[in-house]
Design a protein around this ligand. Structure first.
Ligand code: SAM
Length: 223
């Protein structure tokens, strides 16, 4: 690992807008579980997560636009979060913070019904069939999201991967969830919704490679 990367890994843990949960232990009680809005943000505003946030592009853009919503970006990679957290600090964003940790532990980090909605932005597609459980829309993860998301909470997925897109539709429907919006080519729409025009670091790369960007929104119940 390069010297810069190492320094950022250490520094990111000391940032006020980053909580490091990368050394997760199953039996410890997490301070903020059930209390993120009052204890961390000092309000009762809704909580929206960006999972696999990388450099936090979605969370940053949405936090600037909606100051009365609390945004939390989550990723395991400290160096990417370092960049996101630095931008949030420079912009003085009080409604945005980041968790360094594995999404696999989400139900230990948030309480039942604590999360209003979720964005999953360009997650790794894990194309090999033996790795499908690692896909962030597999049943393994949907069960976890259901434990923290409000009943009618929406999950938004943006991806360049046709395999992940088709897998996600099937996974959600088999799970008993409901697809609310299905857009196979976001930029093929005459007027894409404003929130879908936010572009992440990986999205810009995929667009430059000529890939189509797909979007799904879904709930995990019948509504
Ligand atoms: C392809 S990158 C996308 C980053 C960003 N959303 C973007 O579009 O630029 C996928 C990200 O997911 C993160 N990731 C994958 N599985 C994860 C997991 N189980 N827990 C936490 N982060 C995960 C990786 O660290 C990586 O930063």
């Amino acid at each position: 690992m390069g010297k810069n990367k190492l320094l950022r890994y250490k520094e990111v843990a000391s940032f006020k807008n980053v909580v490091d949960m990368s050394h997760f232990r199953p039996n410890i009680m997490y301070d903020y579980k059930g209390e993120w809005a009052p204890f961390y943000f000092g309000n009762q505003n809704p909580i929206v997560l960006e999972l696999a946030c990388g450099k936090g592009d979605y969370a940053l853009a949405l936090a600037r636009k909606n100051p009365h919503i609390n945004y939390i970006g989550m990723d395991i990679k400290g160096e990417r979060l370092w960049k996101a957290a630095k931008i949030a600090q420079a912009d003085g964003l009080k409604n945005l913070m980041f968790i360094r940790g594995y999404i696999d532990h989400i139900e230990n980090i948030f309480a039942r019904n604590e999360v209003d909605s979720i964005w999953i932005t360009f997650p790794d597609p894990y194309l090999k069939s033996r790795k499908t459980k690692k896909r962030l829309t597999s049943h393994f993860f949907l069960h976890k999201y259901k434990k923290v998301l409000k009943d009618d909470g929406i999950i938004n997925l943006k991806t360049d991967s046709h395999t992940l897109y088709e897998f996600s539709i099937e996974s959600v429907e088999d799970f008993g969830g409901r697809i609310k919006e299905n857009i196979p080519d976001v930029y093929g729409l005459p007027n894409p919704p404003e929130d879908l025009m936010i572009q992440t670091y990986y999205e810009r790369k995929h667009l430059a490679d000529g890939k189509k960007i797909k979007f799904l929104s879904f709930t995990l119940g019948k509504r």
